[in-house]
Design a protein around this ligand. Structure first.
Ligand code: PLP
Length: 320
């Protein structure tokens, strides 16, 4: 029923004195392999786990690129991805931002998309991106394989912060890269073992458990987010609503930063906290983290699994 959780850090050599499939946890462990198989099947590729979404991002970039290479990064995507790349500029990484609803710029060695972007909720033009000669990464943390399987659209990598919808219960930090090409996956696997950017068995087990209910959770969150987006659009205190029609994440603007602060601290069902994709609905004003990059009154809302009417009542009273 439930996969075994093997926390061993090592396994004995076989009777001939040779290492078997598992011998030292940094190079692989049974729980991780089981979770990678489950995620690989969902996304249609070879999945590799990392200790966080940011860890997956750093490992992928470091294993693929050379000093002096440039990433075309979707503007308006997860703020922390730009922060991770900025931390690598002293190693020769360059970044240019572009509007992912159109084609990526020429002269870049990697294209980095987000489907949909967090918190601006734009969807990438995948057709234009895969026509570019550089490999294409799609951070599909928010879409999940329930709504989008990027490899089927010609992308080379799907990346997930599995801390969000995939594990789904706000009790684990984990990342994943799913590779279209198995030879490229082997290169990344080797890099992972050598650098030690690896995920432990416990988070892998929590991912396995979360994946069992992924489809149900994400569809319910999508229905709830669609309902809330529709009602927010009609609310007089709301200026803009961003929702791409899939996934449990949306963002909306109230008049200014102070009003956003009031709204996020006035909810009682919806928790005022960062992150997204879990069973509990979360709201936060993003200017706190992103400064001028976002409108001052932007609130990001992640729909959980609560009664949608209870969520709407909560939002309505907070907006009032
Ligand atoms: N990608 C997206 C779209 C995210 O929202 C996040 C975190 O919020 C990450 C990547 C980074 O994931 P983690 O927090 O697991 O490192």
């Amino acid at each position: 029923m439930s996969e075994p959780l093997d926390r061993s850090s090592l396994w004995p050599y076989d009777e001939r004195g040779e290492p078997g499939e598992f011998y030292y946890q940094r190079y692989g462990h049974p729980t991780g392999v089981a979770a990678e198989a489950a995620l690989g099947e969902l996304d249609g590729g070879t999945a590799l786990l990392f200790p966080s979404g940011a860890g997956a991002t750093a490992a992928l970039v470091l294993s693929l690129l050379e000093p002096g290479d440039t990433i075309a990064l979707a503007e308006g995507g997860y703020y922390g991805t730009g922060v991770t790349f900025a931390a690598l500029t002293s190693w020769g990484l360059r970044v240019v931002e572009f509007d992912q609803t159109g084609p990526p710029p020429h002269g870049v060695q990697l294209v980095w998309l987000e489907a949909p972007s967090n918190p601006f909720l734009t969807m990438p033009d995948l057709e234009a991106a895969v026509a570019h000669p550089a490999p294409v990464v799609v951070d599909a943390t928010v879409a999940t394989p329930v709504h989008l399987r990027p490899l089927e659209h010609g992308a080379d990598f799907a990346l997930h912060s599995a801390s969000k919808c995939l594990a789904g219960h706000d009790d684990v930090v984990l990342g994943a890269v799913v590779c279209r090409d198995s030879a490229v996956a082997e290169k990344l696997r080797t890099f992972r073992g050598r650098t030690g950017i690896v995920a432990a068995p416990d988070p892998a087990w929590l991912l396995l458990r979360g994946l069992k209910t992924l489809d149900l959770r994400v569809r319910r969150q999508t229905d709830t987010a669609a309902l809330l987006a529709e009602r927010l659009r009609a609310h007089p205190a709301v200026e803009t609503v961003r929702y791409p029609g899939l996934g449990g994440l949306l963002s909306f603007d109230v008049s200014d930063r102070e009003t956003a602060r009031k709204v996020e601290t006035s909810t009682s069902v919806i928790v005022n906290a960062t992150s997204l994709g879990g069973v509990t609905s979360l709201i936060e004003s993003r200017a706190r983290w992103e400064g001028d990059r976002v409108p001052p009154g932007l609130l990001r809302l992640s729909a959980g699994l609560e009664d949608p009417e209870a969520l709407w009542s909560d939002l309505e009273q907070a907006l009032g």
